[in-house]
Structure formats: C-alpha cells, structure tokens
Write a protein that binds this ligand. Structure first.
Ligand code: ADP
Ligand code: MG
Length: 225
C-alpha cells in the first residue's frame, strides 16, 4: 500500500489482493465501500502480525478495523473447529459485545469460521455447549471470559493467535484490570495483541505494556474519516 498518509481514495475493492473476497462481499452487503482511516491504517499492520495500539475517537469504525484483519488471519491460517479459539475479543460491556457480534456475524456470513458470545447473564449453559463444539472467534466481557477459562472443563485458548482489547479506556474505567491480567495469564505468549481505544492515557499505556509486545505500532487517527 506504500506510504499510508494518503489513504482517502482507498476503497475496499482495492484491497482485493489483501482481503478474502467473501469479506469484501460482506462489506459490500453492509453498504461499506471505503475503509475509514483507522481501518485502512490498522489492516496492513495487523496482517503483518504487528502488535498495535489503535487510537481513534468513538464512531471512527474501530470494530471493523480489528475484525477484518482478525478474520483474514484465521482464513489464511486455515482455522477450523478443531483448532479452537484463534481470536479473542474483549470488550467492556454486554451491549458492546452484542454490537460487535452482529458485525462479526455479517462478516462471517459465507466463511466457515465459528464464533460465540461470552457475556454475563443467564445463558452460561448455552455458552458452555457452544465452546465445547469448537469456537474460532470469541467476543465477550472480561468477567465471563475469565469465568469460562477457569471453570469450563475442556475449554482453553492454547491455540490463540490474536487477542483484541477493545475500548481499552472503558475496560479500565470499569475496573477490569485484574480480570484482564487473569485472562492474559491463560493465553499463549506467542500471539498478536491489538488494543483499540478512543483515548490513550497512562492507564491504557500500562495495560499496553502488560498485554502487548515491546514497541507496539501506534496508529492514531485525528479525524474520524
Ligand atoms: P468505534 O468503535 O470507533 O466507536 P464502530 O466500529 O462502532 O466505531 O463504528 C461506528 C459506525 O460506523 C457504525 O455505525 C458502523 O456501522 C459505521 N462504519 C464502520 N465502518 C464503516 C465504513 N467503512 N464505512 C462507513 N461506515 C462505517
Ligand atoms: Mg468501538
């Protein structure tokens, strides 16, 4: 993609050589023709396997900025049910998890990867049943993910390739540091980790230090589009 300072003319269809055609088709069906800035900037780094901190304000399209490359990665690695969890997406609230899950479902419409939602509430038995069938992408909240890692026999993330910390500032505001550390202790060290946040302060930097490899790429977008 060359220098990434001028990406305003980039369309999703120009990414044909980088992104699976089924992903491009889903994006088209969602009505998205052009990547937002954070999406265009995050994609090449994530596909290279870099750890990144993506900073862009609310509404800038951070969800697809991590979902597109995460799904692309698992397709490239030929993930299937038997490989288990390849990507874990941690977000602060049940509502945000549900929203991400809607987008993920659309993105995976024609792709043979399984996904599951792990959120607080009453559906734990359903979650356990789906985890036992083999789930490739998990979207969930910190407490419930840690609960399953600790208590659901047969479930683990030993084959994880990509950890996403979404809305990191809000994860910390909500007091989830300990849950996140607990989850990270149960993940393989060799993995890609990406952190997205509307704001970057010292607490978010500390979380990045805990979760990401040294010298992550900082991708920061001022205007939303
Ligand atoms: P953030 O996480 O940065 O707050 P979201 O990922 O929730 O932002 O996206 C904000 C809105 O932008 C959503 O309504 C989403 O559908 C829309 N959106 C995402 N990507 C694109 C795109 N490439 N083109 C147009 N709209 C988009
Ligand atoms: Mg978001």
């Amino acid at each position: 993609m060359g220098g990434d300072e001028n990406i305003s003319h980039l369309t999703f269809s120009m990414l044909e050589s980088k992104v699976d055609s089924r992903i491009l088709k889903s994006l088209k069906l969602m009505g998205f023709l052009k990547p937002t800035q954070i999406q265009a900037k995050a994609l090449p780094h994530m596909l290279l396997g870099d750890d990144i901190i993506g900073a862009a304000k609310t509404g800038s399209g951070k969800t697809l900025a991590f979902l597109i490359p995460a799904v692309e990665k698992l397709i490239n690695m030929e993930f299937s049910k038997k490989h288990g969890v390849g990507c874990l997406i941690i977000t602060p609230t049940r509502e945000l998890a549900l929203q991400i899950n809607v987008v993920l479902k659309k993105l995976l419409a024609e792709i043979n990867l399984t996904h599951s939602l792990l959120v607080g509430g009453e559906k734990k038995l359903k979650e356990i049943a789906s985890l036992r069938k083999g789930v490739n992408v998990i979207v969930g909240t910190p407490g419930r993910i840690l609960d399953h890692l600790e208590n659901t026999s047969g479930f683990n993330c030993n084959n994880l390739k990509c950890l996403v910390l979404d809305e990191a500032d809000k994860l910390l505001e909500a007091g989830f540091q300990k849950h996140i550390s607990g989850i990270i202790r149960r993940l393989p060290k060799k993995r890609q980790t990406v952190l997205f946040s509307a704001t970057i302060d010292e607490k978010v930097e500390n979380l990045a230090r805990l979760a990401l490899k040294d010298n992550p790429k900082l991708i920061s977008v001022k205007d939303e589009r």
